[in-house]
Design a protein around this ligand. Sequence first.
Ligand SMILES: [Zn+2]
Length: 253
Amino acid sequence: MSISLETVVQDLNTLLRPSDYRDYCPNGLQVEGKPEITKLVSGVTASQAFIEAAIAENADAVIVHHGYFWQGENSEITGIKKQRIKALLENDISLLAYHLPLDAHPEYGNNAQLGSLLDFKITDELFPNFKSKVGVRGELIKPCTPVELMQRLQTKLNREPMHVPGKAEVINTIAWCTGSAQHFIERAHDIGVDAYLSGEISEQTVHFAREAGIHFFAAGHHATECYGVQAVGEYLAKKYSIEHMFVDIDNPV
Ligand SMILES: [Zn+2]
C-alpha cells in the first residue's frame, strides 16, 4: 500500500499540533521528496549515517525528532548540511521532523512513551501553564530504591545511566523530560518530587541535585528519545498499511 505525502503531513499536523508550540525549528515537512509513501523510516536524528541507512532501505520518507534548520545556526546550505540535503534530494526522500510536539504528545510523545517503558504513571505536566515547556510529573507504579531504578534504566534503555543521589530512600514520585532538559530539575525540586530524570547532565546539575536533595538520573539524550518517533511511525504504518522501520544510529550521549 502507499499513501500520499500530503495526507501524512496533514495527519501529523492534526495529531501533533505544531502550531501550539514556540519551537527552535520548523516542525513538519522540512525537505520534500516523492509524492507517495510506501516505506517510512524513523530515527532520532537526520544525520548522514541515518540518511544512508534510509537510502539502503529504499525509504520514500523519513521521520525524525531532530531535523534541520535550527534557530541560530547558519542558514546557508553548505558543508555537512549540503551533503545531508543533497542525499535526500538525489534519492527523492522526504524529511519530516517534529521536535517539541513529539516530546509532548500525551500518547505518542517521547515523555509518554518513556514513562510507559519505565512503568511511570503521568499525573500532570511539569509546566501546566506553558505549552512550550514540555516535561511531565508522575509516580512510579511500583516504588523502588534509587539502586533498583538505576537497574531498571540500564535494562530498559540498554545504556548505563548516571545517578546523583538525593534524599529519598524510596522513590515514589518523579518528574521527567527527555533529551537535554536537565535544567528543569529546578522545577522538579519546586514541586517536591523525589527524583528527576532527563537525558543529559552538566557540571552544575550535580551540585544542584546534591544541595536540593533530589535524585537526578541522566539516562541519555539519544536513549530517552528513541520512542516517540517510533510510536508515530507505527501509528502511520497501521493507519495507512505502509511499511515502517526504526533505524537506530547509536549515540553515546
Ligand atoms: Zn533531543
